[in-house]
Design a protein around this ligand. Structure first.
Ligand code: SF4
Ligand code: SF4
Length: 616
């Protein structure tokens, strides 16, 4: 007999399981439309690979994932993609998300399936890839991709594989009925998982309130080394950490995962999905769900296609809308109220409760905490729910984290026993959400800081390169100077000068000579101008010795004063000519053309006189 251990806390709420466990599993059939959210699990959402109007086959991939954490989504039946749009999805907030809406054609035509009954001949990685391609996630509620869970890191040796058949939450009987009716498939899936993990111990934990399931599995497991452990009925014994503690006596460390202590825990429904995927080649397109509650005439368990609207399942179970006051998705302890009855049921949905007003009455108004301590007694994680509540309410999230807020499994046991009707779990969910948001913000700002620092480094590097280029230029200039010096030395060697210093002097003298030559050229130009002016002053006079003297004077370089006098003269002459031109024009005299040419000539003279002064 398997040794069992206890965990602290726990409660005994009314089970209410018999309503849904007295009929065999039925098919929920084909709804008028299927709504398939692209994200149905923890991890990255799948990417839609179909288009509106496209025909798809049953089992065909309609949304694919990359290399990250995620699994694909498959068409649950053959039909036509009607649209890809935002639709309400199962979430406490009633939020919408991207979904593929599929209209079944009623033909149920399968795509090609590739069963692998000889999976033991394959590489283990290949089998894990097949599990991933089949879109399998944990069907217990958390929705963690199964292939990832079945491949723990190399530093974690798994010695115990646990199959969780506890199903402790009231009302839900999906796993119970699966174990009763599909015990062989459960065992087949368990064998595949055990082959992948090679543990030394394999155990199925079942609460003792499921005698038929226990018998069925004992029979199916006959001859194998699998233990069937019957555990006490207490909520939440089906919590992963609690079940591990009951079956192994070990506690999963705070913030850790079961693999840290060499344990992996899988759900009953997940084992069936793994068996279907490997032995039949069938992807995860349906699951067993419980439909129960006093507003249903025929509550029970149904094989439901993923994407079926909750309203369709309720119709199958004979819902009386007049009696239904609340529709809860999940169990009464951990589930939440659905705002929209057309919300689709997804891979992680295990139960819908169509409750009457008396069955699940609206919660009583919240009262002040009376510090009774009942919540701490009920907590299976040995937390301090009351203190967590104070800190969450006061938005003192750091203090709540120090009290291990993230170890809370949101089982709702504390809220259930609270005499002040404080919705404690809602406070914890709020606090966790805020902390995750803050972390995301922190990561964002960290990324921005890293980007800023990288930019700063780049700018520093560019500045250094700039400085280096400047130094290189200075070096080049110094070399050029050296070259000049060398040229001077060459002059010395040529014998033009006798030493280096003299060579430099020679170069300076050359420069001075060039400057003098330039000045002489300017002077010559001025002289020429003066000469020309002199000639123009007496163009028709006969040459006399007196004229010769004037010319001789004019051929010397005129002073600035003389140039200014000449400028004044030519300006006066220009004004006179312009006046004559205006008179001639007004009198329409015949010499207008001649005067115009004379004015142009004098304008040019004025310009030249001015330039001569500027040069001087
Ligand atoms: S059970 Fe409720 S009233 Fe009692 S200590 Fe906890 S929070 Fe306060
Ligand atoms: S909801 Fe959290 S705090 Fe409350 S009993 Fe469960 S684990 Fe403890």
């Amino acid at each position: 007999m398997t040794q069992l251990w206890n965990f602290g806390g726990g409660i005994h709420p009314p089970e209410n399981k018999s309503q849904s466990s007295n009929r065999p599993i039925r098919s929920a059939g084909l709804p008028a439309r299927l709504v398939l959210p692209l994200q149905q699990h923890i991890g990255e959402p799948a990417r839609c690979i179909v288009e509106p109007g496209q025909k798809v086959l049953k089992g065909e991939v309609i949304a694919q994932v990359g290399n990250g954490m995620g699994v694909p989504v498959h068409a649950p039946t053959s039909g036509i993609v009607q649209r890809i749009s935002l639709e309400p999805v199962p979430h406490p907030s009633g939020m919408s998300d991207t979904c593929v809406v599929l209209i079944p054609d009623g033909e149920e035509r399968w795509c090609e399936l590739v069963p692998q009954p000889e999976y033991r001949k394959l590489e283990r990685d290949k089998v894990l890839a097949l599990i991933r391609q089949a879109g399998i996630v944990g069907l217990g509620g958390a929705g963690f991709p199964t292939n990832i869970k079945l491949r723990p890191s190399v530093d974690r040796k798994v010695d115990t594989l646990i199959l969780n058949g506890a199903e402790c939450e009231p009302y839900i009987t999906a796993d119970d009925m699966t174990m009763r009716e599909k015990a062989d498939q459960v065992m087949a899936g368990l064998r595949i998982m055990a082959w992948l993990l090679r543990p030394s111990r394999v155990v199925i934990g079942i609460e003792k309130n499921k005698p038929e399931a226990i018998a069925a599995l004992r029979q199916a497991a006959e001859g194998s080394k699998t233990e069937i452990a019957v555990i006490p009925t207490i909520y939440p014994s089906g919590g992963e950490k609690q079940l591990i503690q009951i079956l192994t006596g070990q506690e999963v460390p705070s913030g850790g995962i079961p693999a840290d202590i060499g344990v992996i825990c899988q759900n009953i429904g997940t084992a069936v999905a793994v068996a279907d995927a490997i032995l039949q080649g069938r992807p995860l397109i349906s699951r067993v769900m419980t439909a129960t509650g006093e507003a249903l005439a025929e509550p029970g368990n149904f094989e439901v296609l993923i994407g079926t609207p909750a309203s369709h399942l309720l119709t199958c179970a004979g819902v009386s809308k007049q009696h239904m006051s609340r529709l809860v998705l999940g169990g009464p302890m951990m589930g939440y109220t659905l705002q929209n009855t057309d919300t689709p049921l997804i891979k992680t949905s295990n139960c819908v409760i169509a409750a009457s007003a008396s069955e699940l009455p609206a919660p009583a108004p919240e009262q002040p905490c009376i510090r009774c301590g009942l919540c701490a007694e009920a907590c299976p994680m040995e937390l301090l729910p009351q203190q967590l509540f104070w800190h969450a309410k006061a938005t003192e999230f750091e203090k709540a984290e120090h009290l291990n807020l993230f170890d809370c499994i949101e089982c709702g046991a504390c809220s259930y026993v609270c005499p002040s009707s404080i919705p404690l779990v809602q406070y914890y969910r709020f606090a966790k959400g805020e902390i995750r948001l803050q972390r995301a913000e922190q990561q964002k700002s960290d990324r921005a800081r890293v980007r800023f620092e990288a930019r700063q480094q780049r700018l520093d590097r560019e500045q250094q390169e700039k400085d280096q280029r400047r130094k290189d230029r200075a070096l080049a200039a110094a070399k050029a100077q050296e070259q000049k010096t060398s040229d001077a030395q060459t002059t010395v060697q040529d014998g033009t000068v006798t030493n280096e210093r003299s060579g430099k002097s020679a170069l300076v003298e050359q420069a001075l000579a060039r400057k003098k030559a330039k000045a002489a050229a300017a002077s010559a130009e001025r002289t020429e101008f003066a000469t020309q002016l002199s000639k123009e002053a007496a163009p028709s006079e006969t040459f006399t010795p007196e004229h010769a003297g004037k010319i001789a004077v004019a051929e010397t370089v005129p002073s600035v004063e003389e140039l200014e006098q000449q400028l004044t003269q030519v300006q006066i002459k220009l004004e006179k000519m312009q006046s004559m031109l205006e008179d001639a024009r007004s009198g329409q005299a015949p010499n207008v053309d001649k005067l115009e040419r004379a004015v142009d000539k004098n304008i040019e003279r004025v310009r030249r006189a001015q330039r001569a002064i500027d040069d001087a």
